[in-house]
Design a protein around this ligand. Structure first.
Ligand code: NOJ
Length: 752
């Protein structure tokens, strides 16, 4: 009898949850009503995420779902299995609460966009938003309703393998593009078919891993944390991101998954975030490995009290939270709040109304729009680093033959990059194939792979490659890193071209033919040893499914390169961290003060060399600066002006410049605005990006680029960690890279 009553009760309850009594019932009312019915075990169940992984655990999982012990699953993309898991949760558990189904959909699902760092090089929020939209629609066909993206960790260290997954070094660029990704995944209406919840990760400071070694300790001062690392997260929270993920690393001695300062004081207290926080994979139990706790029970205590709402793949919460509450060590409020945060997301996603997936209601995978988006993103992501003597674009009509050489010309899997759990390599169009399709009918296209992979040191095939280059009109080298060389746990200490590639470049140079390097990589590389050996460089990142056609179009001038660097390229690894928005120091270097190690006069030893902030062997400038990227057009910026010489706090100023395409090629240009606050309560960066705009101009065409800056846009955290804009002098620059010299000034004065 009791069992029957229980069953009726369960049916009743799931019916009442699935059909809210009235439309006006708010999400908060629904959350409270549901929470009031839940047992402690069911609340803790919501806080547990289980990896579906191998099917052998399915029975165990089903049992957990029926008992209300699981709030979310991850890593299942068979839609029938996902629907069945949802069915068990909704129809066979007491309260019928649907599941969050998580997956790393980082830069595409089946159709793969460029790696996020490549997308950042587009400086185009529309393309980034559309890429995430395509990814969401494709992932939704598998029943995925939650992606673990965007990764908006600021990274100033190209050794870190996860820089590939980041949006680069700049807080403003990462904020704008991170928000665009959130919008793309979540759409206008989170409950619509084909939208999925986003997850801003990794909160916080993960990108500052010491020496770029993944998972390593981070030491970031609170001021730097607030002014740099947290900015994209604040922007994502303001844009309505549903979830945040903690970082694996420790920061200022406290691992992020047990960091109350980050999770409660800043995220909830200061920012008012009302979504939920998931730990990274098993990072709750790792609190013990960090040495913060003695055992899993204490790890559960630290994580829950710090503000982790859901534990990803670990059982510290499920095993120990109940006991901690009964012992009075964790308050019931902590669990109530966490469960409420998770339920709120589920209501907003519309999962209670429709937990199931019908792929028929969604667009086809890899449809024309998906492929066009991937192609456009790849096209705009490629950065032309150099182009001596207008080597590019290649004029097919003036050539008879080209040599395609290198391990990454025809590597369908490698061009997809890191984090492509579901990426379909069959969709990849390689540069080799695309070049054949584009010019194969008019040119003799010869191909020598020369190296089995990018790491190979075998030089046997180099002679043949040199011969083919010598017999052709131009040599195009496809170099870089395979996808395995970047991504999680794939950091490198030496970030030059691996294996025998530099040697291959030197040998091909001896052919006497023009040499173009197309570099596919997951990070900025130190290219110092090859930069003078080639005539032109297209840096293509890992460009995704449609990388080939995009690269072919750029090589042969169907379009002009228009990507701009989202991260600084060092000359040498020893310069890292090197980033454009550095501080001035008390001894800023200049061309006059620096001395090169080879110029030290051995016969007249000097006691001091420059006495400014530079390296004797590398100077102080990067090989390629943030924001750099060449075009087949030439762009002239002039007449920089401000709408007012002086504004009050609370007002705006418009900074503008005239931009003209003085070249002969229709092309996109990314105009960039940088600002310097000359005197601050804490030291301020020498330049900070404050605006950018992609514009397309025909030869001879001009436009005025305007950037409106409110004084709030110039706010920073000072010594007392309060956000403020200080009156004073500002410099502003507009141009095509962070090195632009076109400058104006304005002044902010106190308000009334
Ligand atoms: C660990 C990674 O750090 C995180 O970014 C990812 O989302 C999870 N694993 C799940 O795969």
């Amino acid at each position: 009898m009791a069992a029957i009553c229980g069953l009726l009760l369960a049916l009743n309850m799931s019916a009442s949850i699935a059909n809210p009594s009235s439309d006006s019932e708010t999400v908060e009312q629904r959350v409270s009503a549901l929470l009031a019915r839940m047992t402690l075990a069911e609340k803790i169940g919501q806080m547990s995420q289980v990896n579906v992984g191998d099917s052998y655990i399915h029975d165990y999982l089903a049992e957990g779902l029926r008992a209300g012990r699981v709030g979310s699953v991850l890593n299942e993309v068979n839609v029938d299995v996902v629907n069945e898991l949802q069915r068990i949760a909704v129809e066979e558990s007491r309260l019928g609460i649907p599941l969050m189904v998580g997956r790393d959909v980082i830069h595409g699902f089946k159709t793969v966009m460029p790696i996020p760092l490549g997308q950042a090089a587009t400086w185009n929020p529309d393309v980034v938003r559309e890429g995430a939209r395509v990814a969401a629609l494709e992932a939704a066909t598998a029943g995925v309703n939650w992606t673990f993206a965007p990764m908006i960790d600021i990274s100033r260290d190209a050794r870190w393998g996860r820089i590939a997954e980041s949006l680069g070094e700049d807080p403003y660029l990462a904020s704008v593009l991170g928000v665009a990704m959130v919008e793309g995944f979540q759409g206008d209406e989170l409950s619509a078919v084909g939208t999925i919840a986003a997850c801003a990760k990794h909160f916080a400071g993960y990108g500052a891993a010491e020496s770029g070694r993944d998972y390593a300790t981070t030491n970031v001062s609170e001021n730097e944390l607030r002014n740099v690392y947290l900015r994209p997260f604040k922007a994502a929270v303001d844009a309505g991101v549903t979830t945040l993920m903690t970082s694996f690393s420790d920061i200022d001695g406290v691992p992020a998954s047990g960091n109350e300062f980050l999770l409660r004081q800043i995220l909830r207290g200061e920012w008012g975030f009302d979504g939920f926080v998931v730990s990274d994979w098993d990072s709750v139990r790792q609190l013990q490995i960090h040495g913060l706790t003695e055992n899993d029970r204490e790890s559960a205590f630290e994580a829950a009290t710090a503000g982790v709402d859901m534990e990803m793949h670990g059982d510290a919460f499920s095993k120990h939270l109940e006991e901690l509450i009964e012992a009075g060590r964790v308050s019931l409020d902590v669990v109530d709040t966490a469960a409420a945060n998770i339920l709120r997301a589920k209501f907003r996603l519309g999962l209670f109304e429709d937990p199931y997936t019908d792929p028929e209601k969604l667009p086809d995978i890899a449809n024309a729009n998906a492929l066009a988006t991937a192609r456009k993103a790849a096209l705009q992501s490629v950065v032309m680093l150099k182009n001596d003597h207008d080597t590019l674009p290649l004029a097919a009509e003036n050539l008879n033959s080209i040599a395609i050489i290198g391990p990454l010309a025809d590597a369908p899997y490698e061009q997809l990059g890191t984090w492509i759990f579901d990426g379909d390599r069959e969709l990849s169009v390689t540069p080799m194939h695309a070049i054949h399709s584009l010019v194969g009918h008019e040119l003799d296209v010869r191909y020598v792979r020369a190296m089995e992979n990018s790491r190979s040191r075998v030089t046997e095939a180099f002679d043949e490659a040199v011969q083919v280059a010598a017999d052709s009109d131009v040599a195009i080298l496809f170099l870089g890193e395979e996808s395995i060389l970047s991504g999680e746990a794939h950091s490198r200490a030496d970030i030059s071209l691996p294996g025998g590639q530099a040697e291959l470049v030197r040998r091909i140079r001896q052919s006497g033919k023009p040499v173009v390097a197309v570099i596919l990589a997951g990070r900025p590389l130190t290219l110092t040893n090859i930069v003078d050996e080639v005539d032109a460089i297209l840096f293509a990142w890992h460009p995704g499914s449609m990388g080939g056609p995009a690269i072919a179009d750029l090589l042969f001038g169907v379009e002009s390169p228009s990507g701009k660097l989202p991260a600084t390229f060092p000359r040498m690894v020893g310069q890292i961290p090197i980033y454009y928005n550095q501080k001035n120091t008390g001894k800023p270097p200049s061309p006059e003060t620096i001395v090169h190690i080879d110029e030290i006069d051995a016969h007249a030893p000097q006691l001091s060399l420059g006495m400014t902030a530079f390296h004797l062997d590398a100077g102080y400038t990067p090989l390629f600066a943030f924001g750099h990227g060449l075009s087949y057009a030439t762009f002239n910026y002039e007449q920089i002006a401000t709408s007012a010489a002086e504004i009050r706090l609370g007002e705006s100023v418009v900074i503008s410049a005239e931009l003209t395409n003085t070249g002969a090629f229709t092309a996109d240009e990314v105009a960039q605005l940088y600002v310097r606050d000359l005197v601050g309560n804490v030291t301020r960066p020498v330049r900070e990006l404050k605006g950018f705009r992609r514009v397309r101009l025909d030869p001879g065409e001009s436009t005025t680029v305007n950037f409106e800056l409110h004084t709030d846009d110039l706010a920073f955290y000072g010594r007392n960690m309060q956000l403020m804009t200080e009156p004073g002098e500002f410099h502003a620059w507009i141009g095509g890279s962070s090195e632009t010299e076109l400058r104006t000034e304005f002044r902010i004065i106190a308000g009334d």
